[in-house]
Ligand binder design. Structure first.
Ligand code: SF4
Length: 479
C-alpha cells in the first residue's frame, strides 16, 4: 500500500457526492465523524455503490479472489472467558482437547492434497503448552510441508504467551519488546504471518463486558505492530452486532487505519533484522468483519433489542448508541441497559458495515467477505459492497460453528459464486498474488456437470462434536 495519507475534508457532509467520489478514488480520507454519519444515514445501495467503486479502484473490474486454506483450532482449552464464545473449555472439561502434532500434520496433508497453500492456526489460550510445543510444531510443519504458509496465533494468544512464558530478561520491558521475545522464535521456527483473531470491538467499555480475560485494544494493536516490525503481514477483524454502538464500529476501523499508517510509516521502507539484514516491512493486508453468532453463548442469552418493541417504544435508542463515542472511551454506567441488550446484525446491517469499512480503510488492501457466517449468497452480494476476496474454501470450522450455523464450501462452489457475481475467480496466496486465474474451460466450476453434489454444507456443533478430544501429554521437562 502507498504510505501517503490522503487529506481529509471535514468541512463536507458525509453524503456529499463529490466527497464520496474522491474517497472512492483514494484522493480523500473520510473522518471518523463522516464514517459514522455514512453508517447511520446513507441509503444502503448508495453505500454499496461507493464501496464497490473504491474496491474497483484498488482491485480492478474483473478478478475477485479466494484462498485454499484450512482452519485448524489446535486447542479449545482457554484461560479467557469471552461471553460470546461457545468454543472454549476448561482443562478438566470432558471435551477439552489439544491436538497432537501428528494430528495437525494429517490435517495439513489433507489440505495439500486438494491444492491448499495455507493453514490458519489459532486456539484457546492454554497454559499447559510450553513455547517448545509451538516451535517444535512449526518446525515439524515446515519440514513436512515447506510450501505451506502458516498464518497463526492471534494477538490475544501472543499476549498470553508473554504471560505464560515470562521470557527471561523481560520483566519491566515495554510490551512491544516482550512480544518480540516470544514472536521471534515462532517466526524463526516457521510462522509466516499473524491473523487478526480476537479483534472483536476495540472500545474499552464494550471489550470489558464481552472479552473477559482477553487483552485490551492497545495490546492487540501492539502485537500486530511487533509482527509488522518483523516483516510479517497481518489481518484485522471486527465482530459486531452485539452490545456495541455504531460509533464503536467506526472507532474500531479508525484505530486499524491509524495503526496501519504508523506501520507503513515506520516499516514501509524495510526493517533491519537482528542480523543486520534489511527485510521488507509488514502491515495489515486485510480487514474482515462479521456479525456475532449468538447460539450456545452467554452473550447470546441476553434479550435482543429488536424483540422488545413494547419495552423500547418507537423512538428508543439502542443503549450503546446513546452513549458510545468515536474516542472509544465513555462511561458504561451512563446507560442502565448498556451491556444488557444485544442488537444482532442481519444481512443488510452486515453489508452496510462492510461497505463503510471499505470506505474508511483507505490504507488496507483487501476486504474479505464473510460468507462463513452470512451464507454463500450474502457473501456473493458482499462482492458488490466493497469486498474483493471470498476468503477460504472451508474444510472445517470449529469456533464460530460452536455459536451457530456456519457454512462449508468447496472450490467449485466458491468459484461459481464469484463468477455468478460477475467476476473471474482466481486462487490467491497469503500475499494476494494470483496463483491460478480461472478464465478458461478447465476452471473448477466450469468442469462441474452435476451441481447436486457440490452444495454448500452447513456446519453446526450441536449436530457434530467440536473435535475428537485428544489430550496432549507435555513432557515433565517442558512444563
Ligand atoms: S474467544 Fe478465544 S480467547 Fe475468548 S474464550 Fe473463546 S477461545 Fe478463549
Amino acid at each position: 500500500m502507498a504510505t501517503r495519507t490522503p487529506p481529509s475534508r471535514p468541512d463536507l457532509d458525509a453524503l456529499d457526492r463529490g466527497l464520496l467520489d474522491a474517497v472512492a478514488a483514494g484522493e480523500v480520507r473520510l473522518t471518523p465523524g463522516q464514517g459514522l454519519d455514512l453508517h447511520r444515514r446513507a441509503p444502503l445501495h448508495l453505500l454499496g455503490r461507493y464501496a464497490d467503486a473504491r474496491c474497483r479502484t484498488l482491485h480492478g473490474d474483473t478478478v475477485r479472489t479466494y484462498i485454499i486454506d484450512r482452519n485448524i483450532n489446535y486447542t479449545n482449552v482457554c484461560t479467557a472467558k469471552c461471553t460470546f464464545c461457545a468454543f472454549r473449555r476448561d482443562a478438566d472439561d470432558h471435551d477439552a482437547y489439544t491436538l497432537e502434532h501428528e494430528a495437525l500434520y494429517e490435517k495439513i496433508a489433507e489440505l495439500v492434497a486438494i491444492g491448499g497453500t495455507q493453514i490458519l492456526m489459532q486456539g484457546g489460550m492454554n497454559p499447559a503448552l510450553p513455547l517448545s510445543w509451538y516451535t517444535d510444531l512449526l518446525r515439524g510443519i515446515k519440514e513436512r510441508f515447506p510450501g505451506v504458509h502458516v498464518h497463526g496465533f492471534s494477538p490475544p494468544e501472543f499476549i498470553e504467551f508473554v504471560h505464560f512464558f515470562d521470557p527471561p530478561g523481560t520483566p519491566g520491558a515495554p510490551l512491544f519488546d516482550k512480544i518480540l521475545t516470544v514472536m521471534r522464535p515462532l517466526r524463526d521456527a516457521g510462522l509466516d504471518s499473524v491473523p487478526g483473531g480476537g479483534g472483536e470491538i476495540f472500545s474499552h467499555p464494550v471489550r470489558r463486558k464481552i472479552g473477559l480475560g482477553k487483552c485490551d485494544a492497545e495490546a492487540w494493536l501492539t502485537v500486530m505492530r511487533a509482527a509488522h516490525s518483523l516483516g510479517m503481514f497481518t489481518s484485522a477483524t471486527m465482530m459486531f452486532g452485539h452490545i456495541e454502538g455504531i460509533a464503536d464500529r467506526v472507532h474500531h476501523m479508525a484505530l486499524v487505519r491509524e495503526w496501519q499508517d504508523r506501520s507503513l510509516r515506520e516499516f514501509g521502507a524495510g526493517v533491519e533484522d537482528e542480523h543486520g539484514r534489511v527485510r521488507p516491512g509488514g502491515h495489515y493486508k486485510a480487514f474482515i468483519s462479521w456479525p456475532f453468532q449468538r447460539e450456545n453463548t452467554p452473550l447470546g442469552r441476553l434479550k435482543d433489542w429488536g424483540s422488545l418493541p413494547e419495552e423500547q417504544g418507537p423512538d428508543a435508542v439502542f443503549p450503546a448508541d446513546a452513549i458510545a463515542t468515536l474516542s472509544g472511551e465513555y462511561d458504561a454506567k451512563a446507560h442502565p441497559e448498556f451491556g444488557r441488550r444485544v442488537r444482532t446484525a442481519g444481512a443488510t446491517e452486515y453489508l452496510r458495515t462492510q461497505a463503510v469499512s471499505r470506505l474508511m480503510l483507505d490504507n488496507v488492501y483487501s476486504i474479505g467477505a464473510s460468507w462463513v457466517t452470512m451464507g454463500p449468497h450474502i457473501g456473493q452480494v458482499a462482492l458488490h459492497y466493497g469486498a474483493n476476496d471470498m476468503g477460504s474454501v472451508m474444510m472445517e470450522e470449529n469456533v464460530v460453528s460452536s455459536a451457530g450455523t456456519t457454512y462449508c464450501l468447496n472450490e467449485p462452489v466458491l468459484c461459481r459464486l464469484i463468477r455468478d457475481a460477475g467476476f473471474t475467480p482466481a486462487q490467491r496466496d497469503n500475499t494476494y498474488d494470483l496463483l491460478r486465474l480461472h478464465d478458461g474451460p478447465r476452471s473448477p466450476d466450469l468442469l462441474v456437470a452435476d451441481w447436486s453434489k457440490h452444495r454448500a454444507k452447513r456446519l453446526h456443533t450441536e449436530a457434530k462434536p467440536v473435535a475428537k478430544p485428544v489430550q496432549v501429554r507435555v513432557p515433565a521437562a517442558q512444563r
